[in-house]
Design a protein around this ligand. Structure first.
Ligand code: ADP
Ligand code: 5GP
Length: 191
């Protein structure tokens, strides 16, 4: 019988280095991982491609999919902005032995872990401290001061959920955080 693939859930407050860490691990390709492309009703940002960054949907399309039971989980992450993991992104892949990585918010992450139990692992990436998170968000240069304060506020809220994750990795030194996350993933996949 074919081996069932596993789910790797990664959550982190905005600015904690999640994209940098996942990007590095996927680019090196040592672990055979496929990315779950979420659906959202938010508009694409510059440089984002439909079907690659997200499946970009209208409000109505998103509602229809909820009614059809197409989502494993979905959340209103920001007011009026919905994000969800489609069954079609994960079920066939894990059934054929592929490992799937999910970049989703804290509530979605905890939900997936509850549903999939031993088949899923959850990793939370945390900043060394809130001040450093604020510095990195400023350094990234993609958000206004007001947005930065919103993200910092939400980060403090999300950090409260880190205790519900299987692993918490503090992203202080980037190279060390990448190898810690990669090792957790590798050990879980080979288990
Ligand atoms: P996220 O995807 O979690 O929102 P990013 O990967 O975009 O976060 O990282 C936010 C910013 O912090 C980026 O400018 C990134 O280069 C920087 N960064 C990430 N990790 C570190 C680190 N360990 N030390 C210093 N800067 C970092
Ligand atoms: P952004 O709009 O910056 O791309 O993402 C905002 C937030 O939505 C991030 O915290 C991201 O992890 C979360 N997110 C993305 N896809 C999903 C999903 O399918 N489900 C849930 N619950 N959250 C998601």
């Amino acid at each position: 019988m074919e081996k069932i693939g596993k789910l790797i859930v990664i959550s982190a407050p905005s600015g904690c280095g999640k994209s940098t860490i996942i990007g590095d691990i996927m680019d090196r390709g040592e672990l055979d991982l496929q990315f779950s492309v979420s659906a959202t009703n938010r508009k694409p940002r510059e440089g984002e491609t439909d079907g690659v960054s997200y499946h970009f949907l209208s409000d109505q399309q998103f509602k229809d999919l909820i009614a059809e039971g197409a989502f494993v989980e979905y959340e209103e992450v920001y007011p009026g902005r919905y994000y969800g993991t489609l069954r079609s992104e994960i079920q066939n892949r894990i059934a054929s032995g592929k490992n799937v990585i999910l970049d989703i918010d804290v509530k979605g992450g905890i939900n997936v872990k509850k549903q999939f139990g031993e088949t899923a692992i959850s990793i939370f990436i945390a900043p060394p401290c809130i001040e450093e998170l604020r510095r990195r968000l400023k350094g990234r240069g993609s958000d206004s001061d007001e947005e930065i304060e919103q993200r910092v506020g939400r980060a403090e809220y999300e950090l409260g959920f880190s205790k519900d994750y299987d692993y918490v990795v503090i992203n202080d030194n980037l190279a060390e955080a990448i190898s810690a996350v990669e090792k957790i993933m590798a050990d879980f996949i080979r288990k």
